[in-house]
Write a protein that binds this ligand. Structure first.
Ligand code: ADP
Ligand code: MG
Ligand code: MG
Length: 526
């Protein structure tokens, strides 16, 4: 497992110097670093594809998060799940909203066109499975302001880290318990520095399971996400059996990118699905679906060639790729996406659900009366408590759009400019935001939305990437996974499904762990 440490000489040199980060004594940092590295190796908290594998970038301590805001974020999960399900089914509304962004956005246009063709032809599978993740930051512009959560975005495709995130909770429970013991034996000044952090002292003192749970909440993300995939798989199996034509071999098909660094997270989910549910999962890039996929003429059941020979039928197409233009390397990949969308298998997500997760949909839903179209008033009101200010940039938006564009150019630090993209690294901030708004035509601008910039508090955090310590004032983003399985008439499952906490150093605008901006963490509630 030497590879987990990284092998570059410069890195080795840096590591050997004992470092103090995030106001922690160097000896404590070193102990945390080694402990975390070895825990990651023992439990497969790793990034990589074919090896060498590296430990998942992470914080060495859990990140302080207000307990009441954590509970609030979890409580929003079910109504958000419902909202995704409903938006994706209201195709007139969905297509009208998304169409305003596509004139200068070929990628979103192609997704919309597939959705439109599939809808016109007639969707054969009414079951929709969503595995989504609603992401929040804490808005607290000054130390004495009351903190509240604001939604950053709602992800409906390829939500990552259900497996690694659950491991972060285990890592930090272990870290905190060990720290309590180790620091009891050592220099009291060290102990005070560590215990002085919000939430940490209570977490270190926790002895009963209930006290541990209250401080370091358990995270069922991998179990819940696997259970949702298994339920959709079982529903499909029942459906084809009831039709009198049971499939000899049914699989969940994970659509994967050809270059992917987050394979271990995906494998962790695959392994959970097999161990707990005996449901097999196959990994396949879109090109391979194109090369071997066949739709039956009558019922549009999809079969693909299994890697070791034979044909298998797809129960669920689970997309861990397909969210970015680079995931479609040519027309074959686009054709495969359309074949999957037309097929009887349950799509997770369908292209409709994917479009329901665009920033444009988020912005329109925040307008008066829009979220209320889809949800009972009480649920809509609940969701509105976490909506940030969002602004559309429609080409025909008139004076209102002109005014917000001018405001953002004058004070770009108060806004984020977002295109219809996923995966981190796509937004504009500060001078680049102002420059983009100054130079784009009104038609080009309409592919973007503007969002108020959230101002989160920070905490001193030790972090580690590739075995190297880093740290300082850091902010966090909480993601809450949600799963919903419905056929439009019956809701077969709707629940909150664990969480993800990502941490980044203050001054880093973007997020995303695989994109290199943030690291994985877990919350310590206070
Ligand atoms: P993506 O789908 O690419 O993840 P996001 O909307 O999540 O797009 O933006 C990426 C990152 O940018 C977030 O993880 C967050 O760190 C930062 N960000 C996004 N919106 C805001 C905002 N309104 N205020 C502050 N930071 C933001
Ligand atoms: Mg996203
Ligand atoms: Mg995001």
């Amino acid at each position: 497992m030497a590879d987990v440490l990284g092998s570059n000489d410069a890195q080795q040199g840096k590591r050997q110097r004992k470092m103090s980060v995030a106001s922690l004594p160097a000896a404590v940092c070193e102990a945390l670093r080694e402990h975390t590295l070895h825990f990651a190796a023992c439990h497969g908290a790793l990034l990589g594809a074919q090896g060498p594998f590296k430990h998942a970038p992470c914080s060495l301590l859990p990140y302080p998060f207000p307990a009441s805001l954590f509970t609030q974020a979890i409580s929003l999960s079910k109504p958000f799940n419902m909202l995704v399900d409903q938006c994706a089914r209201d195709t007139n509304w969905l297509f009208r909203v998304v169409r305003t962004t596509v004139e200068h956005d070929e990628f979103t246009r192609r997704l919309l066109e597939i959705a439109e063709r599939v809808t016109a032809e007639g969707v054969v599978q009414p079951l929709q499975l969503s595995i989504n993740r609603s992401d929040y930051m804490i808005e607290q512009p000054s130390a004495n302001a009351t903190p509240r959560i604001l939604q950053v975005e709602l992800n409906t495709i390829s939500v990552s880290f259900p497996s690694l995130s659950a491991k972060m909770c285990e890592l930090h429970r272990h870290t905190v318990a060990r720290l309590a013991v180790d620091l009891a034996l050592t220099d009291t000044a060290h102990a005070e520095v560590v215990r002085g952090r919000p939430g940490l002292s209570a977490a270190m003192n926790a002895t009963s399971a209930a006290e541990v749970e209250a401080a370091l909440p358990s995270n069922a993300s991998v179990r819940e996400v696997a259970a949702a995939l298994a339920q959709a798989h079982d529903e499909y199996a029942s459906l084809v059996s009831a039709a009198g034509t049971p499939a000899p071999c049914l699989v969940v098909l994970m659509i994967v990118a050809t270059t992917e660094s987050n394979v271990i997270d995906q494998r962790g989910l695959e392994e959970q699905l097999w161990r707990e549910h005996r449901v097999p999962m196959l990994r396949m890039p879109l090109a391979q679906v194109h090369a071997t996929g066949v739709l039956s003429a009558d019922s549009r059941r999809l079969t693909v060639a299994a890697p070791l020979g034979g044909l298998v039928e797809v129960s669920v197409a689970y997309f861990r790729a397909g969210y970015a233009p680079g995931d479609y390397t040519g027309e074959a990949d686009w054709a495969a996406r359309e074949t999957l969308e037309r097929s009887l298998c349950v799509k997770c997500p369908s292209v409709h659900q994917q479009l329901a997760g665009t920033k444009k949909v988020q912005q329109v839903l925040a307008q008066p009366g829009e979220v209320e179209r889809f949800l009972p008033a009480a649920d809509a009101a609940l969701l509105r408590t976490c909506f940030a200010k969002l602004y559309g940039l429609e080409a025909d938006g008139g004076a209102a759009v002109d005014a917000i564009v001018q405001a953002a150019i004058a004070q770009p630090e108060g806004f984020v400019l977002k295109p219809q993209r996923e995966g981190g690294g796509n937004n504009f901030y500060f001078a680049e935001l102002a420059q983009a708004l100054r130079t784009m035509s009104p038609e080009e601008r309409s592919s973007y939305i503007l969002m108020e910039r959230i101002r989160p508090p920070s905490h001193q955090m030790p972090l580690m990437r590739e075995g190297i310590l880093d740290g300082g004032a850091a902010t966090c983003e909480l993601g809450v996974y949600g799963v919903i399985l419905s056929d439009g008439k019956r809701v077969l499952a709707n629940r909150s499904a664990g969480h993800l906490l990502r941490v980044k150093l203050e001054g880093v605008d973007e997020g995303g762990v695989c994109a290199g901006f943030a690291v994985l963490s877990s919350p310590v509630l206070y």
